[in-house]
Design a protein around this ligand. Structure first.
Ligand code: ATP
Ligand code: ZN
Length: 304
């Protein structure tokens, strides 16, 4: 296949992110935490990578899988819900996927759920048989219904799905839910999750070649470090050696703590990288168990 005029230069990596919306800022912040910086163009659709040859394209989230498919972008940050919907929608089962999830990114969490009117007494998925279900995710819903062996009518709507039952367009809906407040405001209740979603780094099904492959590998290494330390803190403290068996159970999320002996007495200095929340309560418990001089430090970078 000859490269299309849109094929990006072979020596720069191009990442598509949402221009505005829920994923826009967190996506940019995560990439910036990997050491990327950009010069914004006047039309604000393209950001030229300055610190590394990694450029951003600012687009609607729904366009991202297609842009990867066409080779216009190498990678993209998009909800798993959008990625899978477009994958299944392309004919799913038969056709080989051209894009796939490279990494889960830990933000933009939500569920694709079936919701029914508050007045329904939910007894299980079979209750949907013969009903009309409104959704913007016909491929994912269709696949789920098929797996459950349920025949129902899918009513495709591109927005305002939650109002469909009140308008008489559908009996139930299948839509994204995070807090459930929008559903509740429309007298609906979520009864069945069909997909757990979050923002993901999407890329082609195949590996990238040469320079772009190397750039993608570098980005993934930094991304893995950034994701790992996102909630991590470095905990420093001192304690007598004899209380160590009491302290270690309070640090289940810590990587093997580094233990140093102070002078020639029984005192130890410890440092532990904790991946869970280091709360005041936890510090107080450690102190009660015999730790002293507790100090919590932020972790800004990590390369395994
Ligand atoms: P665009 O203009 O780019 O098409 P959009 O309106 O489709 O934007 P947003 O509402 O910004 O998109 O949602 C983007 C993604 O955020 C969703 O696809 C989903 O992965 C995630 N998300 C997280 N929580 C929610 C939620 N409560 N409702 C909708 N999407 C959510
Ligand atoms: Zn969208």
């Amino acid at each position: 296949m000859s490269p299309s005029p849109n094929t990006p230069a072979r020596d720069r990596l191009r990442i598509a992110i949402q221009k505005s919306g829920r994923l826009a800022e967190p996506a940019r912040a995560l990439l910036a935490s990997c050491g990327l910086s950009w010069r914004e163009s006047r039309d604000r659709l393209f950001c030229y990578g300055e610190s590394l040859p990694i450029d951003l394209l600012l687009v609607r989230d729904d366009d991202i899988p297609g842009l990867i498919d066409q080779g216009v972008c190498d990678l993209g940050v998009v909800g798993r819900n959008v990625l899978l919907e477009q994958d299944r929608g392309r004919g799913g089962n038969g056709a080989a996927p051209t894009f796939r999830e490279w990494r889960a990114l830990g933000f933009g969490g939500c569920r694709l759920s079936i919701a029914v009117p508050d007045s329904w007494e939910w007894q299980g998925a079979q209750q949907l048989a013969g009903r009309r279900i409104a959704t913007s995710y016909p491929a994912l819903l269709g696949q789920w219904l098929q797996e459950q062996g349920i025949a129902a009518d899918i009513v495709m709507l591109s927005g305002s799905v939650e109002i469909a039952p009140r308008l008489g367009q559908a009996d139930a809906i299948c839509d994204l839910v995070s807090s459930g407040a929008t559903l509740a405001a429309n007298q609906l209740k979520p009864v069945q999750t069909i997909l757990e979603s979050e923002a993901v780094l999407a890329g082609p099904a195949h590996e990238l070649d040469s320079v772009r492959g190397e750039l993608a590998e570098l980005l993934l290494r930094r991304l893995d470090g950034a994701l790992r330390i996102r909630h991590s803190k470095l905990l420093l403290f001192q304690a007598p050696r004899r209380v160590l068996p009491d302290l270690l159970p309070l640090l289940p999320d810590a990587e093997a703590p580094t233990v140093m002996r102070l002078d020639d007495n029984d005192d130890l200095a410890l440092q532990a990288l904790c991946h869970g929340a280091v709360t005041w309560q936890r510090l107080e418990e450690l102190k009660r168990a015999g730790a002293r001089g507790l100090m919590v430090l932020p972790v800004e970078g990590m390369l395994a």
